[in-house]
Design a protein around this ligand. Structure first.
Ligand SMILES: C[S@@+](CC[C@H](N)C(=O)[O-])C[C@H]1O[C@@H](n2cnc3c(N)ncnc32)[C@H](O)[C@@H]1O
Length: 258
């Protein structure tokens, strides 16, 4: 029996038109898709009726299938001769565990291909009018996670992250937003550094708030932002009022959230 390679595919941040041509091709050719919670319904609607869809349901605190179960499932599907796609939100190699799954496939002698996707920071930056770098404002950008396993203290290198010359993008940062704000200010990042949060970026439900680092937690609370949301901190956020072209940002009524 032929063992087909497993395609580990990035679906992008939500807008189906942001998927790559290669992602579209492998989705059309496969017969089973194992997908995560972050893959939008509009993308799932593109799958053929005969394609089996298996929900692996990953969210920060709600793991529908354990990672080990997903790993084992991918190996089994391939060894059963299925044409399997592992479909993930954003890019599989950015906070996506695509590499863990690929390592497991390799350990079990199953070939794989990685199809990159537009990661949330690129999508949210573009649709939020926030360039992640801009001459004279940000010489670089850092992607960090604001989430850690339950019971584990969020321990980032705050001194190095508190750099006013680079943009800081925080994935999964809502739960620890007050700590993130406090640590960055303590490490020297000015409290009035522009900061924003984007919920469901690139979808028709996108919501954006624009504020300062100091006010970011209160503003997020006032707007009642939920996951998936991305935090962007840095001077470049100040360009959003001029560069925003998609859904306008919300007013941040901090008083209302208190
Ligand atoms: C487990 S990580 C997966 C990241 C994904 N692999 C990527 O490259 O974008 C999930 C986090 O990504 C961010 N995220 C993903 N899609 C998003 C979207 N459409 N809008 C805002 N944030 C998003 C949120 O911070 C969310 O909590």
């Amino acid at each position: 029996m032929t063992i087909n390679p497993v395609y580990i595919v990035g679906a992008g941040p939500g807008d189906p038109e942001l998927m790559t041509v290669k992602a579209m091709r492998v989705l059309k050719e496969c017969d089973v898709v194992v997908y995560d919670r972050l893959v939008s319904d509009k993308i799932l609607d593109l799958l053929g009726e005969k394609t089996e869809k298996i929900f692996a349901g990953k969210a920060a605190r709600d793991h529908h299938m354990l990672q080990e179960e997903i790993n084992a499932l991918l190996v089994k599907l391939a060894k059963d001769g299925r044409k399997a796609v592992r479909l993930k939100g954003g890019d599989p190699f950015i906070f996506g565990r695509g590499s863990e799954e690929a390592l497991h496939l390799a350990d079990n002698n199953v070939a794989f291909e990685i199809v990159p996707g537009i990661t949330a920071s690129a999508g949210c930056g573009a649709y939020g009018g926030i360039p992640l770098t801009h001459r004279g404002m940000a010489t670089g950008v850092r992607f960090v996670t604001g989430h850690c396993r339950d019971g584990v203290h969020l321990d980032l290198n705050w001194k190095s992250l508190a750099d006013p010359d680079t943009t800081l993008v925080i994935y999964m940062g809502l739960i620890n937003i007050a700590k993130i704000r406090d640590e960055l200010i303590k490490a020297g990042l000015p409290a009035d550094t522009p900061a924003g949060a984007i919920e469901r970026g690139t979808t028709e439900d996108q919501r954006t708030i624009l504020t300062t680092l100091k006010e970011l937690p209160d503003c997020i609370e006032a707007a009642d932002l939920k996951a998936p949301s991305l935090l962007i901190i840095g001077r470049v956020v100040g360009l959003a009022p001029d560069l925003g072209w998609y859904i306008p940002p919300m007013d941040c009524d901090v008083e209302a959230g208190q």
